[in-house]
Design a protein around this ligand. Sequence first.
Ligand code: NCD
Ligand code: ZN
Length: 335
Amino acid sequence: MKTHTLLMPLDMHLHLRDGVMLETVAPLTAYSFSGAIIMPNLVPPVDTLEAVKSYKQRVMAAVPNDYFEPYMTLFYKNYDKAFLESVVDEITSIKLYPAGITTNSEGGVSSFDIEEMRPTLEAMSELNIPLSVHGETDGFVMDREAEFMSIYELLAKNFPNLKIIMEHITTKAAVDMLDKYDNLYATITVHHLLLTLDDVIGGMMMPHHFCKPIAKRPEDLDALLSIALEAHPKVMFGSDSAPHPQHKKETSGCAAGVFTAPIALQLLCEIFEQYDKLDNLQAFVSDNAQSIYGICPEFKEVTLEKRTFVVPQNYGSVVPMYAGQAIAWAIESVD
Ligand code: NCD
Ligand code: ZN
C-alpha cells in the first residue's frame, strides 16, 4: 500500500467559530494538524487582549489533547503601539478585513488611507507582527481580488519591513504579485486548487463550493497550482475552512465558506500525487510556514495511505466539501 508521511502539518488560515461549533470542528483540525492560525472574525470580533486570551482558552478546551497549537490573531483596527506591545506575545498575526467584504467583517477597514494606518503598521513592523489580509475590493465579484493588487502594492512599498500575507489567493494576478515585493507572502486553500467558478455555478448551484473569494477561471487555477505544486517558498497552505451550519448553506442567501478541515490533507495528497509532486507537499503544508512565520510547532507525524476515503455526509451540523464522495487518500495514523 502506498503511503506518504507529513511532519507537523500547519493550517495557516482557519475558522473555528465558538460554542458548539467550536467544539464540533476544533478536534477535527487538532487531530491531523500541529497548529493553525485561528481567525478572529467572531461576533463581536477578537479585538482586545482579554478576547484573545479567553478565545485561546476556549479553543484549547475544545481540543482533546495538548498536541495542537492555536496561533491566535487579532482583528485589525488602527491600534496604538502601547496596545500592540501588550498583546504581541499572545498573537501570531493581525488579520485585516475590508469592512463588510465577507462573513463577520463589518468592523473592518473602510478606507485604505495609508497615513491613517501608518502608526499601527509601523508599530507592527517594529514588533514583527505579520499582517494577514483578506484582499478583495467591493467591485464586481470576479474582479475583487485583482482590483486589490494596487492596495497590496501600496502596503508593500510603504511598509517594507512588514510581513504581508495575501490570504487565500485565487487569481493569476495575485500569483504574479508575489515575487514583486520581498515582503509579500500568500496562503492558498485546497478548494482553490480544485475548483473554478464552473464548479460553483456552472451546472447545478453548489452551496458547499461557495466562498469568498469566489473560485475563478481555469487560468487562475493553473497559476495557483503552479506555485503550490512547486511549494514556492513564499506560499503556505491555509485551508480557510469556514464552517457554517447546514441550514445557513442550503438556503436562499447561502453563507460564504467551504468546510474542508477534516479532508484537507487527504485532498492535498491526491492533488500533489496526481501531478507527481508529493515530495513538495511537506514544504507547502509546513516547512514554508515555519520559516515565514518563525514558528516551531509541536511534533506530529501524520501518515496517509492511498486507499479510498468516502467523505462523511456531515460533521455535526456542518456539511463538508465533497460530502459522500470518494477521495483517493485516507489518514492512516497520527503520532
Ligand atoms: C469566511 C467565514 O465564513 O468566516 N468565509 C469564506 O467564505 N471564506 C470568511 C473569509 O475568510 O472570508
Ligand atoms: Zn477565512
